[in-house]
Design a protein around this ligand. Sequence first.
Ligand SMILES: [Zn+2]
Length: 164
Amino acid sequence: MVTVNILDASALIRKGIPKGKNITEEEVYQEIKDKKSKLEMDLNSINVYRAKSNYVEKINEISPSTGDAHKLSSPDKRLLALALEQKKTQKNIKLFSDDYAIQNICEELDIPYEGIMQKEIDKKIDWIQICIGCKKEIENKELEECPYCGQKLKLVPKREKDLS
Ligand SMILES: [Zn+2]
């Protein structure tokens, strides 16, 4: 049976999308479409759906109880609504997201999910590679070892404080 993968923005940006049928929500798609040229994404194999309003309402009802409401953007909520809808009609679904707020709602609704951060070593723009030895930032994402000291490289989120 084909698995329906529901992808958030970070999963779409990732190079090498999961096997199976890949879908996303229209707002998520619009959010990243502008960046498409920069990211060299292949969006041809992505099916774009619009979440139904009754499922969006359901997500709105549920999210305050888990304390995640303030962290969920409109595209986040619509993606969850789409996942909930798909769950009613498909046996095999999986939502791909590293967002803890999204993952928490998935737990609440018993929606299977998978993080992508651990596998993500490619084109995701908000992550940088740091050497665990000399702490240098390594721009070449193809490398697995530090070209300066030979230690392993670690992927870390790029935040303001990391840059100072
Ligand atoms: Zn190093």
